[in-house]
Design a protein around this ligand. Structure first.
Ligand code: SF4
Length: 62
């Protein structure tokens, strides 16, 4: 199965509840959608990646 190469250094999941984290990891970080992750795309473009940015482009602050 594909896995995002940034998973070990991506800081966003440290404070997430396990159930919520598994949802995102299953869809994105360890799933088919990691290549469209907004965190990944912004990082690869050299743009700032704030800690509230979720893989689908939404914010934990919303
Ligand atoms: S949040 Fe995005 S950049 Fe971070 S590990 Fe998951 S897929 Fe990769």
């Amino acid at each position: 199965m594909a896995e995002c190469p940034f998973l070990k250094i991506c800081p966003i999941w440290a404070d997430f509840a396990e159930v919520e984290k598994m949802h995102w990891l299953g869809d994105y970080c360890r799933g088919d959608k990691f290549e469209v992750c907004e965190r990944r795309k912004r990082g690869l473009q050299g743009l700032p990646v704030t800690n509230d940015l979720l893989p689908d482009g939404s914010s934990t602050k919303a």
